[in-house]
Design a protein around this ligand. Structure first.
Ligand code: SF4
Ligand code: FES
Length: 262
């Protein structure tokens, strides 16, 4: 293995540059280094103006996502040595997001989309404290646990061609998060979320390319969550014709077989 590698890094300062350009930096190629270590080396030793986000360095905070050789990656979880046979490694900001500076993307639109799906427990009634805790069995937890592992790294948005074509598309992580709450037996908000979810910019916008699931570092499987919800929404629609008056179940409730704490 060579002992050096070249990083081509996208640089962009909006009030100075017309458009992004690439700057090359040669860095040591150490087998224990991840791409983020190389960026930190450049910032510490070569160019302190290089701008990027990171925090935990252990795949938890979700802030270090970037395009590495064209693939959305967590740079703290991507070994530099994986690119040892390439002459260079290209590091760019996550695709489909506006760039604030260098490798830092704007997240405001993503945060609005997260809010849109009401990612919190919604109750029609609020039992008194004396009723005790909302108990949940391990089986009930298993129904949604996978969808609760999201770290909001936005890699799935950069991998999704629909996000690139339709900026109104709610997107993989937000849709998976909605399903996380819809499948939680303590929640009664599925009908409220339906307005955002069962919409051309919601689940019906997804063409099931599946790239979101492939790139997700936490195995959330947003594509699976969306297809699961498509099925529930379609069944609910059919039910509304068969049982036009008696049909009051929300998609969530029809998907549940556990206690509802009503
Ligand atoms: S679903 Fe996966 S890829 Fe998408 S934001 Fe969450 S953790 Fe990141
Ligand atoms: S620095 Fe926190 S996930 Fe990479």
């Amino acid at each position: 293995m060579a002992d050096k590698i070249v990083l081509e890094i996208a640089r962009y300062t909006p009030d100075r540059d017309q458009e992004p350009s690439f700057q090359s930096f040669e860095v040591p190629l150490r087998k224990e280094w991840v791409v983020l270590d190389a960026l930190n080396y450049i910032k510490d030793k070569v160019d302190g103006t290089l701008t990027y986000r990171w925090s935990c360095r252990m795949g938890i905070c979700g802030s270090c996502g970037m395009m590495v050789n064209g693939e959305p990656k967590l740079t703290c979880a991507t070994f530099l040595s994986s690119y040892a046979k390439n002459a260079t490694v290209r590091v760019e900001p996550l695709r489909y997001f506006p760039v604030i500076r260098d490798l830092v993307t704007a997240l405001s639109d993503f945060l609005v989309k997260l809010q849109k799906v009401k990612p919190w427990l919604i109750r029609r009634d609020q039992p008194p404290l004396s009723a005790g805790e909302f108990l949940q069995t391990p089986q009930q937890l298993d129904l949604y646990k996978q969808f609760s592992m999201c770290i909001n790294c936005t890699l799935c948005y950069s991998a999704c061609p629909v996000v690139g074509l339709d900026e109104e598309f709610v997107g993989p992580a937000a849709l998976a998060l909605a399903q996380r709450y819809n499948l939680d037996n303590r929640d009664q908000g599925a009908a409220e979320r339906l307005v955002t979810l069962a919409h051309p910019d919601g689940i019906w916008g997804c063409t099931f390319v599946g790239e979101c699931t492939r790139v997700c570092p936490k195995h959330v499987d947003p594509a699976g969550a969306i297809q699961q919800y498509k099925l529930t929404a379609a069944l609910d629609w059919v039910k509304s014709f068969i049982l036009p008056r008696g049909h009051e179940d929300t998609p969530q409730e029809s998907a549940h077989d556990g206690p509802n704490y009503d």
